[in-house]
Design a protein around this ligand. Structure first.
Ligand SMILES: NC(=O)C1=CN([C@@H]2O[C@H](COP(=O)(O)OP(=O)(O)OC[C@H]3O[C@@H](n4cnc5c(N)ncnc54)[C@H](OP(=O)(O)O)[C@@H]3O)[C@@H](O)[C@H]2O)C=CC1
Ligand SMILES: O=C(O)C1=N[C@H](C(=O)O)C[C@H](O)C1
Length: 268
């Protein structure tokens, strides 16, 4: 099997380091480049040293040079950084895996446009378990389509900058779609003050931030006399990184197009 040559963006970040570790341990993958922003204190350092395994690949901020000899860029950074990396991938014909969350509508449109030229996997959660939960949620919502109030509750570490999480939003979209509703018309984000009674069609979102919580998501279906909760808890970021490497393998056969983890896992 041909080794896939990866560039990792945001290589000194929480996901960047986990991705470096996953790539270095994978016999079918090579770390070809590691990127950071131009003021990062990690520039010039051996990317492998970030995870205790020196590998001779220096952290760089030269995006075009980094992409010259890679098959795929994996990007878990911030929307503004991802869009820069995406433009470079589009220019140089390199496939991209986007795990970053918190994009504006314009940002999502830029990703869709780039995917007409290059293959893109864009998914708010690359863990296989979360993607199984998306399927379970669609089924649960269809069965519990009347008489159940739906709430999405997510918890993350204190460093997370966007809320609700991309995963929570996707869970809301999955449930709304299964019920024939438009999430933009029925979502409510947090509650405070005299809210009035809860409309039956509402989908509520609550975000908790604290400590080092890797990522917990629960969808609650609250009915008369019973509650159903579907929960996923991540104990390590490696589940996301391993999902990203499955996406990298999937993209090797593609020439262009926008995909998510449901495509990668054959769940559509
Ligand atoms: N799809 C999925 O499965 C998952 C998605 N995520 C998402 O991935 C993203 C990153 O999460 P996480 O690793 O925890 O975040 P971190 O803040 O730990 O990492 C982000 C990295 O990107 C760097 N960075 C920030 N701005 C820029 C820029 N303009 N150009 C280049 N690099 C930049 C940061 O550098 P510095 O620290 O110096 O600013 C940092 O090294 C988030 O959007 C998160 O929601 C996270 C886990 C799983
Ligand atoms: O920022 C994180 O940590 C995570 N972000 C993703 C999201 O916003 O859904 C995925 C996971 O929950 C971890």
């Amino acid at each position: 099997m041909k080794k896939i040559r990866y560039a990792i963006a945001g290589s000194a970040g929480r996901m960047g380091r986990t991705l470096i570790e996953a790539v270095l341990k994978n016999e079918n993958a090579t770390l070809a480049a590691a990127l950071e922003h131009s003021t990062s204190p990690f520039l010039g350092k051996d990317a492998g040293e970030l995870v205790g395994s020196p590998c001779g690949v220096p952290v760089s901020c030269d995006i075009d040079a980094a992409l010259a000899h890679v098959d795929c860029l994996i990007d878990f950074t911030r929307p503004e950084a991802t869009l820069l990396h995406l433009a470079a991938c589009k220019k140089l014909g390199v496939s991209i895996i986007i795990g970053t969350t918190g994009f504006s509508t314009d940002g999502k449109q830029a990703i869709e446009a780039a995917a007409q030229k290059i293959p893109v996997v864009f998914a708010p959660n690359m863990a296989v378990g979360v993607n199984a939960v998306f399927k379970l949620l669609a089924l649960a919502a269809k069965i519990l389509d009347t008489g159940y109030d739906i709430e999405v509750i997510e918890s993350h570490h204190r460093h997370k900058v966007d809320a609700p999480s991309g995963t929570a939003l996707r869970m809301g979209e999955v449930v709304a779609q299964a019920l024939g509703q438009d999430l933009s018309e029925c979502a409510i984000y947090g509650r405070q003050g005299h809210t009035g009674e809860r409309p039956t069609t509402q989908i509520g979102f609550s975000a908790i931030r604290g400590g080092d919580i890797v990522g917990d998501h629960t969808v609650l279906f609250a009915g008369e006399g019973e509650r159903i909760e579907i929960t996923h808890k991540a104990a390590s970021r490696m589940s996301y990184a391993l999902g990203a490497l499955r996406a990298g393998r999937f993209l090797q056969e593609k020439t262009q197009g926008l995909f998510d983890m449901q495509d990668v896992l054959g769940l559509k």
